[in-house]
Design a protein around this ligand. Structure first.
Ligand SMILES: O=C(O)CCC(=O)C(=O)O
Length: 276
């Protein structure tokens, strides 16, 4: 079965141990140094949002569409009962320096993306998700809910920086769930006719994507996915890079600014670099 057939059948493609242990350890070191550089000696980085239930889409968009590295933080109470904020994601990772800029343009990675998109490839967004020990999981969702676009859905390219296990809250996905092409907010009760136990509960057909560090998952924007709490004593980090074919528009038909990674600009496309 080709990569494309498998991707179309499941709504994702898992490429086991795509990056070597050495490459992955370089990515991990760089993440640590980015966090230090932007937050050392401060309570939090400047370009930052503390996550809470009151945040609106605009609050997230402000960081996503800025041309700076940004951070999402969680407010937690530590073992001494003291409230503190800890970074949960780094936004615009590819602007942080050469390591993640080069990863965005990595030839081997783009070849894998090309097997899904064809030879025109645009890049949209990048982030690193950090799940600390005891860090809560991510509720079931489809990425299209947060970045609704047409005609090409974005492919999120997830690069895992630690071995992925049920214990550290690996990615879970429902194979085939992309075929319904559901957009908008996920209503599990309406779609599945029951309410799972807890925010990260089980869905029929769900698959835990346990895999070694360095594995890459290409994930369709329509695929249902989420993850559970990190019960290990180590951070779980993953890098997410969003790619698609040419001509991605929002639902109002406006071209979505992108970065050219392969091919040539088509009429009507908007070069993100020209906006900066
Ligand atoms: O693996 C995870 O923790 C969730 C990742 C995720 O939800 C995403 O990339 O949209």
């Amino acid at each position: 079965m080709s990569n494309l057939d498998r991707y179309n059948e499941q709504g994702f493609l898992l490429l086991e141990s795509f990056f070597s242990r050495d490459e992955v350890s370089g990515f991990r070191d760089e993440i640590d140094s980015i966090i230090n550089k932007w937050t050392a000696g401060k309570e939090q980085a400047d370009n930052a949002v503390v996550l809470n239930d009151r945040l609106e889409k605009d609050d997230y968009d402000a960081l996503d569409y800025s041309d700076e590295v940004g951070f999402h933080y969680d407010e937690v109470v530590n073992e001494d009962g003291v409230a503190e904020i800890i970074p949960r994601s780094i936004i615009n990772l590819y602007l942080s320096g050469s390591v993640f800029h080069d990863l965005t343009f990595n030839e081997r990675l783009l070849e894998a993306v090309e097997s899904i998109t064809g030879p025109e490839i645009r890049f949209f967004n990048s982030r690193c998700f950090l799940k600390p020990p005891k860090g809560l999981g991510t509720k079931w969702h489809r990425d299209i809910e947060f970045f609704d676009c047409t005609p090409n859905p974005i492919i999120n390219c997830l690069i895992f920086l630690e071995d992925q296990t049920k214990e550290n809250g690996c990615l879970k996905a429902v194979p085939g769930s992309h075929r319904k092409q559901h957009r908008g907010h996920l209503d599990i009760e309406k779609e599945f006719g029951f309410t799972p136990e807890g925010p990260f509960g089980h869905l029929p057909g769900e698959q835990y994507l346990e895999c070694p560090a360095g594995t890459v998952v290409l994930l369709d924007h329509f695929t249902l996915h989420g993850s559970e709490t990190n019960h290990s004593n180590k951070h779980r980090k993953l890098v997410s890079l969003g790619y698609a074919g040419a001509g991605v528009c929002n639902m109002q038909g406006e071209a979505q600014p992108s970065v050219m990674v392969k091919g040539s600009w088509q009429p009507g496309e908007v070069d993100k670099a020209a906006l900066v």
